[in-house]
Design a protein around this ligand. Structure first.
Ligand code: URA
Length: 191
């Protein structure tokens, strides 16, 4: 498994499928042991901190995610985290992050291959981008959050993106309770 992931990430590091590839300064990869991962989390795309450190969810959204993982009885070492889009989509001459769009169909194949290697039983999607890529465009996080969707190869557990709670503080309580439910589903916290 590790060799296959190394091979995959080697290819990602050289990817020029979209224009973001030419601006890439670093490849973002989780350092966790994927064999021990109870669950795979899929975010949207890296931001500036993720690129700086080469790690997913290394900034403000990552601090939120760590808190929510705690609610589920999980730590970063218990999970494997990845993204739909591998390079940082920017706007305003690179000054701010932007939601990925045209990059998604070009980049999403890397995630499909990664999941084929990892063979997870449960995939937690964080936000709309990962949910739509794995479950179809008709799925929206507003309708699907907290409800398990069987994808065929694995169960998808749709969650709000942790950054949503930074912009919409009223979502924080809901996300906490849904991560607690996730912990129960995974047998990590008592029912
Ligand atoms: N947001 C994401 O969706 N992914 C990251 O890796 C960081 C922030």
């Amino acid at each position: 498994m590790e060799n296959e992931l190394d091979q995959l990430y080697g290819e990602i590091a050289g990817c020029l499928k979209c224009t973001l590839g030419a601006e890439r300064t670093n490849t973002v990869r989780d350092t966790g042991n994927p064999r021990n991962a109870a669950v795979v989390f899929v975010g949207e795309a890296p931001g500036s901190n993720e690129v700086k450190y080469g790690l997913p969810f290394a900034g403000e959204a990552g601090k939120k995610l760590n808190l929510y993982l705690e609610m589920a009885g999980l730590t970063r070492n218990d999970v494997y985290i990845t993204n739909v889009v591998r390079c940082r989509p920017t706007a305003n001459m690179g000054r701010r992050n932007r939601t990925p769009s045209r990059e998604i169909p070009l980049c999403g194949g890397w995630l499909n291959r990664e999941l084929e290697i990892l063979k997870p039983r449960t995939v937690v999607t964080l936000g709309n981008i990962a949910l739509k890529w794995l479950c179809g465009k008709e799925c929206t996080i507003g309708d699907c959050h907290g409800k398990i969707i069987e994808n065929g190869n694995f169960s998808v557990y749709p969650m709000y993106h942790p950054a949503a709670a930074i912009y919409k503080k009223e979502l924080d309580g809901l996300i906490r309770s849904e991560f607690k439910e996730l912990g129960k589903y995974l047998g990590k916290v008592d029912s």
